[in-house]
Design a protein around this ligand. Structure first.
Ligand code: BTN
Length: 257
């Protein structure tokens, strides 16, 4: 990747000033976790490939050449940090829209295209006695070759749809610019963020399955709450309750969405 091209197109001087690029690394999130004390606020760590890319719930994030893998480190604890996963999804939505690509978001932070998973976000934190650092890892299949039919059923890559796909460097810069703009709104006007999110959340007002180790139950998704949790109605008992990310996985009634 031509990281200078990305740098030239990033507007915020802080995000521009501390960019680290690896051709190959285990995981950009793991790197940030291990090195957070010496990394500056708003550092960006990018990798061409990852040998141990990590997804949510200890899953592996397949990271071959052709994808976009990076982590953003936030040391200056933002207000409403619980909304960071939602904010990051909208940053990706806004950025890809600039290239005429319309993604959808599956709560809390799966990036969906053509009803399949195009990317994901893994937000982690590192707490020390004096500070809390957030690590926001983003993986997007841009020009990825997906290996098996099994994976192709659930995942997709942008190059399968778009002939004149913008270069990854510019897509990355655009995500950082949008992320930086939204960080300001997170502080001053989180409800604007939530409205944007509700508009593009693919499971809102739909019936879905909530899956956990205990089994699956069918619920109707009523709303995204102001704290970023999901308000659902159990369709058997008619009870309404909130769920937080990580508690369940969500699948559509017939397939992934
Ligand atoms: C998910 O399960 O949907 C989250 C996937 C997050 C993958 C990204 S790739 C860059 C960063 N480094 C990692 O090891 N994971 C995140």
């Amino acid at each position: 990747m031509d990281i200078n091209l990305t740098k030239e197109n990033i507007n915020d001087a802080n995000f521009k000033s501390s960019i680290i690029y690896y051709e190959k690394i285990d995981s950009t999130n793991t790197y940030c976790k291990n090195n957070y004390s010496k990394l500056a606020d708003k550092s960006i760590v990018i990798a061409k490939t990852q040998t141990n890319g990590r997804g949510k719930n200890t899953r592996v994030w397949f990271s071959p050449d052709g994808g976009l893998y990076f982590s953003i480190l936030l040391k200056d604890k933002p207000k409403n940090a619980n909304l960071l996963p939602l904010l990051t999804s909208i940053a990706i939505y806004n950025a890809l829209k600039e290239f005429n690509i319309n993604i959808k978001i599956k709560w809390p932070n799966d990036i969906i295209f053509d009803n399949k998973k195009l990317g994901g976000i893994l937000v982690e934190s590192k707490i020390s006695a004096t500070s809390k650092t957030y690590i926001i890892g983003i993986g997007l299949n841009i020009r990825s070759t997906l290996p098996s039919l099994d994976i192709k059923d659930k995942f997709t890559s942008l190059n399968q749809f778009t002939k004149n796909l913008a270069c990854t460097e510019l897509i990355l810069a655009s995500i950082i610019n949008s992320f930086s703009d939204l960080l300001k709104i997170l502080d001053s006007n989180p409800s604007e963020l939530l409205s944007l999110y509700r508009l593009n959340c693919i499971i809102l007002n739909k019936e879905v399955f909530l899956n956990s180790e205990k089994g699956s139950k069918k619920v109707f998704v009523l709303d995204i709450n102001n704290d970023g949790s999901l308000k659902v109605k159990d369709l058997e008992s008619d009870t309404i309750f909130d769920i937080y990310s990580g508690e369940f996985s969500i699948t559509g009634l017939e397939n992934y969405i």
